[in-house]
Design a protein around this ligand. Structure first.
Ligand SMILES: [Zn+2]
Length: 435
């Protein structure tokens, strides 16, 4: 069920009548406004103020908090921090009721703050106040899309410095007790600089997580709170997520691996990592290269990546599914990364490049004793960036009964196009041969 908060004359009764048409089944509710945060072209004033803000609507908050209904998930697409504050005030005014109520039935909450061009004034709210403290204590799944940095040339974003400053200091103002109850967390950053200390502080309280998804949008992990990560480095356990089964890291850049490897996940089953910028896979601009040579200043440390993927150096890797997208490997790097993954059953390499003698890494796996990757069932190498033969790949897979799927990227054809692939499912990539 979608509620456009803009609609004039929304009443609790009309909303409830609409909700009740779906019977007693749990509902998914999405609340958004296209007016909030926008400027009236005629007079240059904001279209929304305390009296006209569509998020400050007692009918909506009463519906959310006290309706005789069960919300499975709530999506709040709130255009500005000012309107979020109004929404929170409105929630507080709706009061608390003991016992069961619709607010405490929410399992999954998604907060979209990607359009914000400012942050909540902490001075006015008191320094211990947390922006996301209004979330219901019942949630087990939380998804947060944080704002990007405003464009310097965009005059509508006069307050860009304070937004950047606030995002560095407190982007994840989620109460610890709420993080403790989460089994599923999704964070989407749009900024070029990601506050590593805020991410690790949040993860330290999220010890019950089973699934974690972070899209870094090729931003750099930074320890802005100077030295805040030092205790994590000195404590060899880093941040441990013992229940984590699934980890999805999007648009990682190579230098972030050094900090990311502070996250330990001894029981991980499924790992996806994409490098560089999704949707732009030009070899020179969209690809991170990994090397075992520590003197190589152009490439990133393949040993650090291997340590990260291993999950926790104190126990054998539990990983069964590994999917790596958008990386180049120099000789030996891929071999080093995968050879110790004893539980691995499914390996997918997408848009990867095996540079020079790196094509011999599969031959190395054949020679290794004891035999590595004994449980591997499927190997998918899709859109490999060069068409040269991979020596002994077929010998490696056929001898072990591994199901092989291999496709090669036709660079010439791609050059003729606009050099972009959109990663929407099944968008015209059929021209690439699979054999
Ligand atoms: Zn508003």
């Amino acid at each position: 069920m979608w509620v456009k908060a803009d609609i004039q004359g929304l009443t609790y009764e009309s909303l409830l009548a609409w909700v009740n048409r779906g019977g007693s089944m749990p509902k998914n509710l999405e609340i958004s406004s296209s007016v909030c945060g926008r400027i009236d072209r005629n007079n240059g004033r904001l279209l929304c103020n305390r009296n006209t803000c569509r998020f400050y609507n007692p009918a909506l908050t009463r519906l959310l908090k006290h309706a005789p209904a069960e919300w499975r998930s709530v999506v709040l697409n709130c255009p500005t921090p000012t309107c979020l504050i109004r929404f929170i005030d409105s929630l507080n005014e709706a009061g608390h009721r003991t016992g069961s109520n619709s607010w405490n039935s929410v399992h999954s909450f998604q907060m979209i703050a990607s359009t914000w061009n400012g942050w909540i004034d902490r001075e006015a709210r008191g320094h211990s106040w947390k922006a996301f403290s209004f979330l219901p204590g019942s949630i087990t799944s939380f998804s947060l899309h944080l704002p990007g940095y405003p464009d310097d040339n965009d005059n509508d974003h006069a307050d860009s410095d304070s937004l950047i400053d606030a995002q560095i200091k407190w982007p994840l103002q989620i109460p610890a007790e709420l993080l403790h109850g989460l089994t599923n967390l999704q964070l989407h950053f749009d900024s070029p600089s990601i506050p590593a200390s805020a991410v690790f502080t949040a993860l330290q309280h999220s010890e019950n997580l089973e699934a974690l998804e972070i899209d870094l949008s090729s931003g750099v992990f930074n320890d802005h709170m100077h030295g805040a990560l030092m205790p994590l480095y000195s404590n060899r356990n880093g941040v441990s997520l013992p229940k984590l089964r699934r980890l999805h890291l999007g648009q990682v850049i190579g230098e972030s691996i050094q900090d990311l490897k502070l996250i330990k996940f001894p029981n991980l089953v499924d790992l996806f990592m994409s490098f560089g910028v999704d949707g732009f896979v030009d070899e020179s601009e969209g690809c991170e290269t990994f090397s075992l040579d520590s003197d190589d200043t152009v490439s990133f440390d393949a040993s650090a990546l291997a340590n990260f993927i291993h999950g926790d150096p104190t126990s054998p890797s539990s990983l069964q599914h590994l999917h790596i997208k958008g990386a180049s490997f120099l000789p030996g790097a891929l071999h080093h990364i995968i050879r110790e993954l004893h539980s691995l059953a499914h390996l997918k390499l997408e848009w990867v490049s095996l540079v020079g003698d790196a094509k011999h890494d599969f031959a190395k796996l054949i020679e290794d004793k004891p035999t590595p990757l004994q449980g591997l069932r499927t190997l998918e190498i899709t859109r490999l960036k060069e068409s040269a033969e991979i020596p002994l790949l077929r010998a490696f897979t056929e001898a072990r009964g591994i199901d092989l799927k291999l496709s090669v990227h036709d660079r010439e054809e791609w050059e003729k196009g606009d050099k972009r692939y959109l990663y929407l499912a099944g968008i015209g990539l059929d021209s690439e041969d699979e054999y």
